[in-house]
Design a protein around this ligand. Structure first.
Ligand code: 5BU
Length: 265
């Protein structure tokens, strides 16, 4: 049912502020595109984010690959988030006991909870990982995604593991806003489905990544957000701004067209 409802209509059903804001801004900006920026220099990261900003609802980071990370990077990231109206998703993939993930989320050099609206976690440790992350993130209005499936070949996140992840999310709907998954799951509750492994020009990367098109992801499989990395920014520290902007718009248009078709608009 969630797959045929509009993002705007679904926003009202979420008590979690991050989920609500994301759905509202997707509707306002007409985009279901999340750009994943996996570069290693602060200047490249900020340049690419500024270029794709107008086309995206969400920017996904791997903050631990940045070699010259500093406090100023966080300020500039937050500035770009307001300038272009997008949320920030740190793809941290927490995977430890509750006490440890609470520390990893709030402390250390990166202090992820202080700037990342959304983060994610592997369900492998059991529900304590949600309790731990919620103790930090919930008072700040943050949202969590569980990794119910992965895009890589041979992933162990399948079958009974995926079902267990869904049950864990159901028990914590105030903080768990959805999943990283390759398809929408049946059920009464509305969860956000964010899907990596999206590309228009190639099928894989020779290291296990598997790509589907925005249309397959949004229309055929009923997912909500397409996560695109190298298909948009290119290789290494990224292509020229004009190329990046054009690629971001190309993916935004594909993703939005598929959403309009799915919702009968
Ligand atoms: P790509 O350049 O579009 O292949 O980048 C995909 C990004 O999504 C990259 O940052 C991965 O770490 C991330 N990812 C993924 O590819 N597959 C998954 O199942 C998960 C995350 Br979870």
């Amino acid at each position: 049912m969630a797959s045929t409802k509009t993002y705007a209509a679904r926003a009202e059903g979420y008590a979690n502020p991050a989920a609500r804001s994301l759905l509202e801004l997707m509707d306002r900006k007409k985009t279901n595109l999340c750009v994943s920026v996996d570069v290693t220099r602060k200047s490249s990261l900020l340049r690419i984010i500024d270029a794709v900003g107008p086309s995206v609802c969400l920017v996904k980071t791997h903050i631990d690959i940045i070699e010259d990370f500093d406090e100023d990077l966080v300020s500039q990231l937050q500035h770009l988030s307001s300038k272009h109206d997008f949320l920030i998703f740190e793809d941290r993939k927490f995977a430890d006991i509750g006490n440890t993930v609470a520390l990893q989320y709030s402390r250390g050099v990166h202090r992820i909870a202080s700037w990342s609206h959304i983060t994610n976690a592997h369900p492998v440790p059991g529900p304590g990982i949600i309790t731990g992350l919620a103790s930090i993130g919930q008072p700040l209005g943050r949202g969590l995604l569980l990794l119910a499936e992965m895009s890589s070949a041979g992933t162990l996140a399948a079958g009974a593991y995926t079902s267990a992840a869904i049950d864990m999310a159901r028990a914590h709907r105030d903080f768990v806003i959805g999943f990283i998954a390759m398809k929408r799951f049946d059920g009464q509750e509305d969860f956000l489905i964010l899907t990596p492994g999206v590309g228009l020009d190639v099928k894989g990367d020779g290291m296990g990544q598997q790509y589907r098109t925005p249309r397959e992801v949004i229309l055929d499989r009923g997912c909500d957000v397409i996560i695109v990395g190298r298909g948009i920014y290119g290789k290494g520290e990224g292509s020229d701004d004009d190329v990046i902007k054009a690629q971001a718009e190309r993916y935004r248009e594909e993703g939005w067209k598929a959403y309009l078709e799915r919702t009968g608009q």
